[in-house]
Design a protein. Structure first.
Length: 352
C-alpha cells in the first residue's frame, strides 16, 4: 500500500529505529514495513488503522485498539513514534501515556505535514524530553526527535477526563471527554442545533423499544440525550477508541451504562441489523483534509441499515454537499433547518 508523506519521511530515516518501537497513532501501514527491521508495536486510536494493519499481516499480539496502550503486550520501548494529531492536546495525552513505557535514553519521534502544526507542536516535546530538535524534512513534512533522560510522570487516566453539566434541548446531562474527541470539553454548535430539531420531532415519544444508532458518537452527547429523552437503548458507533471511551464514561456518569451498546467500526461495517432511527453529526475530515469519502460511504451504506420507513437525521456544515448524496441513497430529503453555518437534514427509507 502507498505510504503517506510523513511515513515516507520516517522510512528514509528508519535506520535509526532499531530495537523495540511503539507507534502511538499510526496513519497507514508503515509499522508493518518497519517490522521487517525492528520489533514493532502499534497502538491505534482509529479502528480503520487497526483493521488495516491487521489486514497487511501485523500480529494481533503487536496491535492494540483502545484509549490506552495495553502494557501487558509490551513496554520498555527504545522508540515511540507519533504522527502529529489534528488536536494539539491529543499530543500531550499521547506523550503522557507513552513516556512511562519508554526506556531511559529512549527517543520520541514526532512527524507531520507542515500544515498539521507539527512545527509549533515540537515545543510540546521540550518539557518532558531533552535534546529536542529537528532531524529531517522532506515532502512538506518535518521530523523531530527528543530523548527521555529523566523519570516520566506515571500516567493516570482519570487526570485526562473533562466532565461538565450541559443543558441542551430540554435535557440536562453530564458529559465526559478526553483529548482528541470531537468537540472536546464543549458542546458543538451543530450538535446543539440537531438536538433542538429532534426535540420538536414527533418520533421523540413512544420509541422506547425502537432501535437507535448514533453514528460518530464523539463524547456521547447525542446518544445520552436520545436515551434521556426517549428511554430507549442506544447503539453508539465511532472509529475512535477515545470517542467510544468518552461515550462509555458519559453514560456511566448519567447512571445509564446498561442502555449503551458501543460499536467500534470503520464506517457502518460493524453495525448489525437495521435501525428505526440513525442520527449523526458525521465526520468530514481525515487528518487535516476534507474527506467526502466518509460521508459518501455512509450514505450508501445507511440504506442497508434502516428499516422500512426508518429515518435518518443529519447535521452538517451547510457548505458540505450532502443533499445529493442523501437523495442518491434514499430518494429524497427534507431540510429541517438552515442557518448559523449549519443545516439539519431528514430522510426516510422508501419502499423499494
Amino acid at each position: 500500500m502507498t505510504l503517506n508523506p510523513p511515513s515516507l519521511l520516517l522510512e528514509r530515516n528508519e535506520t535509526q529505529f532499531s530495537g523495540k518501537v511503539l507507534f502511538a497513532n499510526p496513519e497507514d501501514t508503515y509499522p508493518r514495513v518497519l517490522s521487517r527491521a525492528a520489533e514493532v508495536f502499534a497502538w491505534c486510536q482509529s479502528y480503520a488503522s487497526y483493521e488495516q494493519l491487521g489486514r497487511v499481516g501485523m500480529s494481533e499480539d503487536a496491535l492494540h485498539f483502545g484509549a490506552q496502550w495495553d502494557a501487558s503486550k509490551a513496554s520498555d520501548f527504545d522508540h515511540v513514534i507519533i504522527y502529529q494529531p489534528k488536536a494539539k492536546e491529543l499530543l500531550d495525552y499521547l506523550l503522557a501515556v507513552t513516556l512511562p513505557l519508554l526506556k531511559q535514553g529512549g527517543s520520541v519521534w514526532l512527524v507531520g505535514d507542515n500544515k498539521s502544526g507539527v512545527k509549533s507542536a515540537m515545543k510540546r516535546l521540550v518539557t518532558p524530553l531533552e535534546e529536542v530538535g529537528k532531524v529531517d524534512s522532506a515532502k512538506h513534512c518535518l521530523l523531530f526527535c527528543g530523548r527521555k533522560l529523566g523519570e516520566a510522570k506515571p500516567f493516570v487516566f482519570e487526570d485526562w477526563i473533562t466532565s461538565w453539566q450541559q443543558e441542551v434541548a430540554g435535557q440536562t446531562v453530564t458529559l465526559c471527554s478526553i483529548p482528541g474527541v470531537f468537540g472536546h470539553g464543549k458542546l458543538d454548535k451543530g450538535t446543539a442545533l440537531l438536538l433542538e430539531q429532534l426535540a420538536k420531532h414527533r418520533f421523540m415519544s413512544g420509541v422506547e423499544n425502537a432501535r437507535l444508532l448514533d453514528f460518530g458518537c464523539g463524547d456521547g452527547i447525542i446518544s445520552i440525550w436520545l436515551h434521556k429523552k426517549t428511554g430507549a437503548s442506544i447503539s453508539a458507533l465511532d472509529d475512535s477508541a477515545l470517542a467510544l471511551k468518552a461515550t462509555e464514561l458519559t453514560f456511566a456518569a448519567n447512571q445509564a451504562s446498561e442502555a449503551l451498546t458501543a460499536i467500534a467500526s470503520n464506517g457502518l461495517t460493524n453495525a448489525k441489523g437495521r435501525y428505526n432511527y440513525v442520527i449523526t453529526n458525521p465526520p468530514f475530515h481525515t487528518g487535516i483534509s476534507t474527506d467526502y469519502s466518509i460521508a459518501e460511504r455512509f450514505f450508501i451504506d445507511v440504506k442497508k441499515h434502516l428499516t422500512l420507513n426508518g429515518e435518518l437525521f443529519v447535521v452538517a456544515n451547510d457548505f458540505l454537499r450532502y443533499p445529493p448524496l442523501m437523495d442518491a441513497a434514499l430518494g429524497k430529503h427534507q431540510t429541517l433547518l438552515k442557518g448559523s453555518g449549519f443545516a439539519v437534514y431528514h430522510a426516510r427509507q422508501q419502499k423499494s
